[in-house]
Design a protein around this ligand. Structure first.
Ligand code: ADP
Ligand code: MG
Length: 720
């Protein structure tokens, strides 16, 4: 039998396999009692039984009951996979959840991470052909369908955190339903073909290899087109089992969607949690969160448990972290130490893992998280929860485009957050909003598919052979308007032709795990001879912020940033920063001196490396550089971002081209306060008004040339 040793060289990524081979088996033995103490353990046989006997099963269980870490292991132990042939995929909405859960499960199974248990997320693969339990993001599995339309490597797909109803989970639900139907059909054909030995076997190879996606008749369901396009042998292909897991009680909808799939309820364990509200609304929830954490720390003994703070995003987390680090340095005598532990995607693995480790000595941890800690991750030791009451959501308005919004959470989220304080003993939940505000919150969040931009998923549906995304089997149907907008946008990007068919460029763009606009920029860079710079800038735009601005050193930070500033705007400013960083072999001190967010720039380097690899695979010359003629790169950006442009108005404001909205340049932008005839931007953020982030100057003629069908009039009207 093959041994884990065969994949050892893939494993060291997470840093827990050191030179002396750890005794994985002993570790698994040690964790065994913990596994068996989980509420779900008593339901083990019933769960396996149901999954054996039904194509789809819905599992509902309170957060922490053991769904995510245990059910995949039960399946593994019960022979649902064959090493080297089939695996189990477990999807998560967030990267951090996929990686940290994989790490935990590898420990419980007793295998190096990347061996029998691994993960694959965008820009990072820690798995091998022998991986049998693969944790991945929902977006990644969706991409896998493009390469493997029947998901034949998988015997089971576990869709975790389905209650979150992320855009990609929703699309996966529909695709999996189709794939399940098609695999059942193929499996049936295989079975009947095996019976009369003299009859020719159903041979899908001879029918399929030349059929391209999307060239069949319009009536054909997605998976049928897909199955015809399957290369190779489909004999032996079995049914696909789907397990849908949810932390809230909305299971009937999932069950109904999968033809009355059985629902299993797993009881949880919950201790009482006392909830406190603020007397008055808080002007600044970051300050309020910082003060609340300090107050809990100084007024309750540290033995009363760690603190978990829910914030909206990485920027929030880093701000509160800095405030806490300062306060932690000047705690009164006798008060134990305070250790802020942030957790977000751009954080290196080792630091992410820190939130799960017990704090040393009498130190108390303050974990700073987004809604990832709501239901995806269970962090041991939490007894105090601080709830900012907000989260970051993607919003979309066809007149404005996509925007990131900090919005109030739902009641259901608030309850989940509160629940995290009562996992191990009675706890406390501090809501940084009033009781009256709580009463105003919506019961549940709107599924993402109903409120965000669909361009990328529609491109993926098209590339997966779905002829008419308008008639896709959505669990919740997005508005026709939003779908039409996505189709038009893809048409404007030349990913679809005027009959709505995928173009060669469209298929090429679908290879990128990026919004189609970025892929278009990279495509344009080939002809313009600036692929090096295009990839650099796309990678730079993948993080929230490159600089950090400490509240007490605003001027110094701004002065440091001036060194990189380009008069053309942020895209080239970011590029200057990356070039300077590379030239100086930027280390920790360099970053500190220049107020550069080191975590984020490291993430940029990772993303760049992955994009380079992908582009090389697609035959591009990634070293082609435009040197100092940087206007060329900016023009390439317009090939993808012509819909994110605004023109200067006589009154000095900027008005968006596609929706006639007033757009303000974000104060953090290098173009803030500057006037230039036209701008383009990476995204819009709505706080009290619409702010454009990552903004650069554009020539209106470039915009006209980038999208002549939409904005050709600019070429004639803008003759100043
Ligand atoms: P569910 O998916 O039902 O919310 P999980 O399977 O994620 O539950 O977690 C089950 C239990 O496993 C948690 O209650 C927690 O005690 C433990 N656990 C999970 N991840 C870790 C970790 N990284 N470190 C320590 N304990 C963990
Ligand atoms: Mg879970």
């Amino acid at each position: 039998p093959l041994d884990e040793a065969g994949v050892q060289d893939k494993a060291p990524k997470n840093g827990n396999s050191n030179s002396t081979t750890p005794d994985y088996r002993a570790q698994a033995q040690r964790l065994r009692p913990q596994r068996e103490a989980l509420p779900i353990f008593t339901a083990r046989d019933a769960i396996i039984d149901h999954i054996s006997n039904h194509p789809t099963v819905v599992v509902v269980g309170e957060t922490g009951s053991g769904k995510t870490t245990q059910i995949p292991q039960y399946l593994l132990e019960s022979g649902f996979t064959t090493r080297g042939q089939t695996a189990i995929a477990v999807t998560q909405p967030r990267r951090v959840a996929a990686t940290s859960i994989a790490k935990r499960v590898a420990e419980e199974v007793g295998t190096p991470l990347g061996g029998r248990v691994g993960y694959t997320i965008r820009f990072e693969d820690c798995s091998s052909p022998l991986t049998q339990l693969r944790f991945c993001t929902d977006g990644l599995l969706l991409r896998e369908i493009l390469a493997d339309p029947l998901l034949r490597r998988y015997s089971v797909v576990v869709l975790d955190e389905a209650h979150e109803r992320t855009l990609r989970t929703d699309i996966l639900l529909g695709m999996l339903k189709d794939i399940q139907r098609e695999r059942a059909r193929v499996a049936e054909l295989n079975r009947s073909a095996q019976q009369p030995p003299d009859e020719p076997r159903a041979d899908h190879r001879s029918r399929g290899t030349h059929v391209k996606f999307g060239e069949e008749d319009a009536e054909q369901p997605a998976a049928a087109a897909v199955a015809d396009a399957v290369h190779g042998d489909v004999t032996g292909l079995d049914d696909l089992r789907v397990v849908v897991m949810s932390a809230t009680l909305d299971a009937e909808r999932f069950s109904a969607y999968f033809g009355s799939a059985p629902i299993l309820y797993v009881a949880g364990r919950q201790f009482p949690v006392t909830t406190y509200y603020t007397a008055a609304p808080q002007a600044d929830y970051l300050d309020a969160a910082h003060l609340a954490a300090l107050q809990i720390h100084t007024e309750t003994p540290s033995t009363s448990g760690d603190i978990l703070v829910f914030l909206a995003g990485q920027e929030d987390i880093e701000n509160v972290e800095r405030l806490l680090v300062d306060s932690a340095a000047s705690l009164p005598a006798g008060v134990p130490a305070l250790l802020p532990c942030p957790i977000f995607a751009a954080l290196p693995q080792a630091q992410q893992a820190r939130v799960f480790d017990p704090a040393p000595g009498f130190t108390r941890k303050v974990i700073l998280a987004t809604n990832i800690a709501e239901t995806s991750l269970t962090i041991p030791g939490i007894r105090h929860v601080i709830d900012s009451g907000v989260h970051k959501v993607r919003g979309f308005d066809p007149r404005v485009g996509e925007s990131l919004l900090v919005e109030p959470i739902s009641k259901s989220s608030a309850r989940q957050r509160t629940g995290r304080a009562g996992r191990e003993a009675a706890g406390h939940s501090y809501r940084l909003y009033t009781e009256a505000d709580y009463a105003q919150l919506p019961e549940d969040s709107v599924p993402e598919i109903k409120r965000c931009q669909l361009t990328m998923v529609v491109l993926q549906l098209k590339a997966a052979g779905v002829r008419d995304p308008m008639h896709f089997d959505f669990m919740d149907r997005p508005s026709r308007k939003a779908l039409r907008h996505a189709l038009l946008e893809l048409y404007a990007l030349e990913a679809l032709d005027d009959r709505g068919e995928l173009t060669g460029l469209g298929r090429w763009m679908s290879e990128f795990p990026l919004e189609p606009s970025y892929a278009k920029v990279i495509h344009a860079s080939a002809a313009a001879g600036c692929t090096r710079e295009a990839i650099d800038i796309v990678a730079l735009l993948s993080v929230d912020s490159l600089f950090y601005v400490p509240a007490d050193k605003r001027d110094e930070s701004n002065a440091a940033q001036m060194a990189f500033r380009s008069s053309d705007g942020d895209h080239l400013t970011f590029l200057n920063l990356l070039r300077a960083f590379t030239k100086a072999h930027g280390d920790k001190d360099w970053c500190q001196e220049h107020f550069v967010n080191r975590r984020n720039i490291k993430h940029v380097l990772d993303v760049r490396q992955q994009l380079n690899r992908l582009c090389v695979r697609l035959g591009m010359n990634v070293e082609r550089s435009c040197g100092s003629d940087l206007a060329v790169v900016l023009r390439c950006f317009l090939a993808g971002f012509f819909h994110n442009c605004a023109l200067l108005q006589p009154d000095g404001s900027y008005r968006s081209l596609n929706g006639s909205q007033t757009v303000h340049i974000h104060p953090a932008s290098s173009l803030f306060g500057k006037k230039t005839p036209a701008i383009f931007y990476d995204q819009l953020v709505f706080t009290n008004k619409l702010h454009a982030r990552a903004v650069s100057a554009a020539d209106p003629l470039w915009i006209a040339n980038a999208a002549p069908k939409l904005y050709g009039r600019l070429a004639s009207s803008q003759v100043h």
